[in-house]
Design a protein around this ligand. Structure first.
Ligand code: SAH
Length: 487
């Protein structure tokens, strides 16, 4: 592809522009130039009645005659060739080029050193559209769409804001605060008042909004669940919060693809904790949230999965509540749901499981505090988070509590990501299976009859890895094993 055009809005007020041609096209170009405050000089043997009128009124200067390169020697800034004679247009372009003047040849993108874009004009707000000269029809369609997106009230808003610009800067010297004010402005009542032509009320409303933003620099925190890795698992609310954020405090578990969807000029701070989850790290996160919210920033606290499922979201909200910082919560797709879906493991199934338990293998005290008798009950699915380091203990506890050794298990590593791996085995082989395939964190352990269904229902990434190999013949025989089979 050729290099694109450099977009540019030129200030032509009081500057002479040469228009070569005296017909209707030249007339339109001359009027556009007058609209921009330029001083058009029209060179042509004859003028259209419209141009003649402008010349008679002293609005344009008429250079009578055929094109003469000397027309370019005076104080000309720009040139427009608008004759219906291709040879003359080419001469004009060449002569302008030789003098390093920018020339536009109407309807000839090749010969033009500058293009005139299609425009949507709303007061001082101008939206210019260009296809680089190659596809003007596409540009026209885009223009028509934009026309319907922005009504005249936007022009009035731009005009009002530009009148109050100095005041806004003075009252809100902080860029983040100004941005917040404008975000609210375009969603608030000011535009509606302008639409109803109540411009005095609109101005009062703007000043009132400005005053309240200046009085209470309202920083806040949005606790956002980012899902398990696939950016498609973000909710629309999460996306909006990410696009409005001034500061993003994200965990290590949040994938790069998700971060790419957030606002480019936000501050990104990784506050990842390692598997040991130090409380000092947590205090540091609290301090960062408070510091930025108090500075009036919109803070997004972005967590893998869901913030309220083994995410310490509760502790963070208690801290924020205690310090009077306003907050919101956006739920996310937790690892149990994402890993199960992407591994083809229905967490409940009428034939296999009527209960689902989400369990953390990383307890504050020790694994002994979990109620293993309940966990070993039949017809339920267990999902262990943070279990990779404790697989041997989990097996011992479950076997001791009476769960059959042949109960299917699945380990889902990097669930929903492009490098997802699923290891399918039985409880009796749990730690060995993980070791055989070198399963690494983040990985989720699913225990229960439904875990075997991955071999039948998997659809994402590579087929499940079997461990040890003998299990493959077992699971092939019983594609939907029951506890009776297993026992
Ligand atoms: N709040 C998160 C869980 C945080 S605890 C959520 O709702 O998902 C971290 C544990 O989640 C990891 O140790 C792992 O067991 C699990 N986990 C998170 N993302 C995962 C992924 N993409 N694949 C597998 N396990 C994942």
């Amino acid at each position: 592809m050729d290099a694109p055009l450099f977009p540019l809005f030129a200030d032509l007020k009081g500057r002479a522009v040469l228009v070569v041609g005296g017909g209707s096209v030249a007339e339109r170009k001359t009027e556009a130039l007058l609209h921009a405050g330029a001083l058009p000089r029209v060179g042509a043997p004859q003028l259209s009645p419209g141009l003649q009128g402008l010349a008679d009124a002293g609005k344009v200067q008429w250079l009578q005659g055929s094109f003469d390169t000397r027309w370019l020697d005076a104080d000309i800034w720009l040139v427009i060739a608008a004759t219906d004679d291709a040879a003359i247009n080419r001469d004009v372009a060449a002569a302008a080029d030789a003098r390093r003047l920018f020339a536009n040849v109407v309807d000839d993108a090749q010969l033009s050193a500058f293009h005139v874009p299609a425009i949507v004009e709303r007061g001082p707000l101008q939206i210019a559209i260009s296809s680089g000269g190659g596809a003007p029809m596409v540009a026209r369609h885009v223009r028509r769409r934009i026309e319907s997106l922005f009504d005249q009230a936007w022009g009035q808003l731009a005009e009002l804001v530009s009148r109050k610009r100095g005041l806004i800067r003075e009252q809100l010297p902080d860029l983040a605060a100004r941005r917040r004010f404008f975000d609210r402005l375009v969603e608030g009542p000011v535009l509606d008042l302008l639409r109803r032509h109540q411009s005095v009320d609109a101005q009062c409303q703007l000043l009132q909004d400005l005053g309240s933003e200046a009085a209470t620099p309202s920083g806040s925190v949005v606790l956002v669940g980012a899902g398990s890795g696939d950016p498609g698992l973000l909710t629309l609310n999460a996306l909006r919060a990410l696009n409005q954020a001034d500061v993003i405090l994200h965990d290590r578990l949040v994938s790069a693809e998700v971060l790419q969807l957030a606002r480019r000029d936000a501050d990104y701070i990784e506050v990842g904790k390692s598997a040991q989850g130090h409380s000092t790290a947590q205090e540091h996160i609290h301090a960062l949230m408070l510091e930025h919210a108090r500075a009036g920033k919109r803070v997004v606290r972005l967590k893998g999965g869901d913030a309220f499922v083994f995410g310490r979201g509760g502790e963070e909200l208690q801290f924020l509540r205690g310090h009077g910082v306003p907050y919101e919560v956006v739920p996310g797709i937790t690892a149990a749901l994402a890993c199960a879906a992407y591994a083809g493991i229905p967490l409940t199934h009428r034939d296999h499981a009527q209960q689902l338990r989400l369990v953390t293998a990383h307890c504050k005290d020790s694994l002994d505090t979990l109620d293993w008798t309940t966990l070993a009950q039949p017809r339920q699915t267990l999902v262990f988070y943070m279990g990779v380091a404790a697989l041997a203990q989990i097996r011992t506890h479950l076997l001791d509590a009476g769960l059959p050794a042949a109960t299917p298990i699945a380990l889902v590593e990097n669930g929903s990501r492009s490098n997802q791996r699923v290891v399918s085995s039985q409880l009796r082989n749990l730690p060995e299976a993980a070791r055989q395939h070198q399963v690494q964190s983040p990985a989720l352990l699913i225990v229960g009859e439904v875990a075997a269904l991955t071999n039948e229902l998997h659809w994402f990434g590579d087929a499940p890895l079997l461990a040890p190999a003998t299990v493959s013949s077992l699971s092939a025989k019983t594609s939907s094993p029951t506890l009776a089979d297993a026992a």
